[in-house]
Design a protein around this ligand. Sequence first.
Ligand code: NI
Length: 176
Amino acid sequence: MAILKIARMGHPVLAGIAKPVADPATPEIRRLVADMLETMIDAGGAGLAAPQVHVPLRVVVFQAPAEGDDSGSDTAPLTVLINPEIAVIGEEREAGWEGCLSVPGLRGLVERPSHIRYRGVDHEGHGIERVAKGFHARVVCHECDHLDGVLYPQRMADLKQLIFETEAHHWLPRQG
Ligand code: NI
């Protein structure tokens, strides 16, 4: 395994459309997934998409850990999702603060669908189909946007809400 270099906003690989993976169960994909997981965990991210490590393929990894008493479709274990598809459920949307390993040091308030259904396969070729809400839905939408060349600032309604992490205490309720 290896920790991979993360592309930053402005690198063309982040603006392109990633290609579907023809065979998710090859050694090359297995190695890519292992390296992406190690890179995501090392960087302290909630998710990572293959274009962020300069590989233009439709592969994402993510996790949505439980916060407090959250359970069910709010949370997701460490997940590998290849060739993902997202369907929005209902019309409800919610705003939440996002960060991105390709946009280091910044946070932005982004409105996303509250409920989604997503599906794809993992790196062993097993099908995944889940309903997601809350942060779980947000991280999946954010990561899948990377596969279509979209970074979260492009989803923002008001760029006044694109801020440095170090200034977030002016905006966010104090934790704990
Ligand atoms: Ni990102």
